[in-house]
Design a protein around this ligand. Structure first.
Ligand SMILES: Nc1ncnc2c1ncn2[C@@H]1O[C@H](COP(=O)(O)OP(=O)(O)OP(=O)(O)O)[C@@H](O)[C@H]1O
Ligand SMILES: [Mg+2]
Length: 259
């Protein structure tokens, strides 16, 4: 009998090292990272600016190559971006010349899905992210939070197995951000996707993640791996939430011995 635990691994990061070098010096952006992300898991990568979060995410998504080590998705080595996995970027990555509807349909066009079917699918996801009534608008007419929703709808529309998200809510205000976090959790629960979510916001990681990899920089390493054993929807004022938050603060600021 196979091991159920291992059958469940969606993404395996094996000894991934990334060096950036130029003529004068080299920088270890990632130092022998090992991680396993489970099928259907909401996994957060949390760490300060420059610790290598985007580098690691881009390697997982196939946009960058590791200097050493490899990333396996369902056992196969990832070498290039693959339409089964989509990435949502911090700057939305949507096309200014396309309407909301046309943006959401983009990935479906690439897949060769015919026009009526495309419209139907886009409608479902535009509704899911709360943009009904804005189908014919262009990105310039939308707020940051709305653009982020378009980006999310476009990603979801192609029915990806994995969604890689790089600080997707960084550019929106705190209240909109909480709303988007809530909606993302709802969609993730309904759609049963694996999500890898990069953030430097401790609250965001605890609100969203099943597990959190806390990273440190220079060189980029996984400092610790935390479970978030809390039911959803989560409350930011619950004791469990605050306990995990304190634990992460202690990791970052290492003042535990001074208490
Ligand atoms: N193309 C590149 N060439 C050289 N160095 C790079 C390159 N990309 C990233 N780096 C360096 O690698 C390190 C990790 O960068 P990365 O963008 O992965 O950090 P990050 O954790 O995503 O930071 P932030 O939270 O600010 O987005 C940084 O020191 C950065 O300067
Ligand atoms: Mg980054």
């Amino acid at each position: 009998m196979g091991s159920a635990v291992h059958d469940n691994i969606k993404i395996a990061i094996r000894d991934v090292t990334k060096l950036y070098s130029n003529n004068s010096h080299s920088l270890i952006a990632l130092d022998a990272i090992n991680l396993e992300i489970m099928d259907g898991e909401f996994f957060c990568l949390l760490g300060p600016s420059g610790c290598g979060k985007s580098t690691l995410l881009n390697i997982m998504a196939g946009f960058e190559k590791p200097t050493d080590g490899k990333v396996l998705i369902e056992g196969g080595e990832i070498a290039a971006p693959n339409p089964r996995y989509v990435t949502v970027f911090q700057d939305y990555g949507i096309f200014p010349w396309r309407t909301v509807q046309e943006n959401v349909e983009f990935g479906l066009e690439i897949k060769g899905i015919e026009v009526n079917e495309r419209k139907k699918i886009a409608e479902v996801f535009i509704k899911m992210v709360g943009l009904v009534g804005f189908e014919m608008r262009h990105p310039i007419e939308l707020s940051g939070g709305m653009k982020q929703r378009v980006s999310l709808a476009r990603a979801l529309a192609v029915n990806p197995e994995i969604i890689f998200m790089d600080e997707p809510f960084g550019a929106v205000d705190a209240l909109t951000r909480m709303k988007l976090q809530e909606e993302l959790v709802k969609i993730w629960r309904e759609e049963n996707k694996t999500i890898v979510f990069v953030t430097h916001d401790i609250d965001e990681a605890i609100y969203l993640g099943d597990r959190i990899a806390v990273m440190s920089s220079m060189p980029g390493r996984i400092k610790s791996l935390l479970d978030v054993p809390m039911n959803r929807p989560r409350l930011r004022t619950e004791n469990d939430f605050l306990r995990i938050k304190e634990k992460i603060y202690l990791e970052f600021f290492e003042y535990a011995d001074k208490k």
